[in-house]
Design a protein around this ligand. Structure first.
Ligand SMILES: [Fe+2]
Length: 233
């Protein structure tokens, strides 16, 4: 990775497969992330609209919790030194652009957040929220964005929501919760404006610094830094 320090965690935020979640996609994906695992860097995955949950679990057996908290959904809480990360499963159906969390998962998230009020919480899911903070939000985003936001707003430890799906790099905000749209890692959707890369986050109890790293070194996004302050607890 060309970095001196290893990250505390790597999150790959959905669409692990190219189109419709074939076994070969996940076999290839497992090979691609093997160097991270070999370097003892914890890798955490969410699922997107191009994934197939059953095929994913079959191929990536090690990634599945023995007793998933919500049946057929892939969810986890990752406690880090300064923040807690909450990973959600917004896969509604393979090759269905829209995402959905569902009432059961929302209830799980509420319970988990109430158990972990002490540190700033960052929420990760593949789909973009469909909210007014994003003036031109993509309709193929999260169908239950409003119910999600209603209870994220009242749990003031929640500071940010991180998504993919759009293949873009954008920062916006809805009701004081930051929304971080991270670029895709391996698929360029609109050649003229966007590119592939990854986002490095340095997180503290007061805010976060997000650096975009791109495969194309001359791209305008290369090395771009965004500093965010968290809302008060
Ligand atoms: Fe997607």
């Amino acid at each position: 990775m060309g970095q001196e320090r290893h990250p505390a965690a790597v999150i790959i935020n959905g669409d692990l497969a190219l189109n419709d979640g074939q076994a070969g996609d996940y076999e290839h994906f497992a090979k691609l992330i093997a160097p991270l695992r070999d370097a003892d860097i914890p890798v955490h995955l969410t699922l997107g609209n191009h994934d197939n949950r059953d095929v994913f679990y079959k191929v990536m057996k090690l990634g599945r919790p023995a007793e998933p908290p919500v049946v057929s959904k892939h969810l986890s809480v990752i406690p880090l030194a300064k923040v807690n990360l909450f990973l959600l499963d917004s896969l509604k159906g393979t090759n269905v652009a829209q995402g959905l969390l569902g009432n059961e998962q929302l209830a799980w998230l509420g319970r988990m957040l109430d158990k972990h009020p002490e540190k700033p919480a960052l929420i990760f899911a593949h789909h973009n929220p469909r909210l007014a903070g994003d003036e031109k939000y993509f309709d193929g985003g999260l169908e239950d964005s409003n119910p999600l936001w209603d209870f994220l707003e009242t749990r003031t430890q929640v500071k940010a929501y991180v998504h993919g799906h759009i293949h873009d790099r954008r920062y916006y905000r809805h009701r004081d919760i930051h929304i971080i749209d991270t670029p895709a890692t391996s698929f360029v959707l609109r050649n003229a404006e966007t590119t592939t890369g990854w986002t490095m986050a340095q997180l503290s109890d007061r805010g976060g610094e997000f650096t975009t790293l791109t495969h194309l070194k001359q791209h305008a996004w290369s090395g771009a830094v965004r500093k965010l302050m968290w809302r008060p607890a």
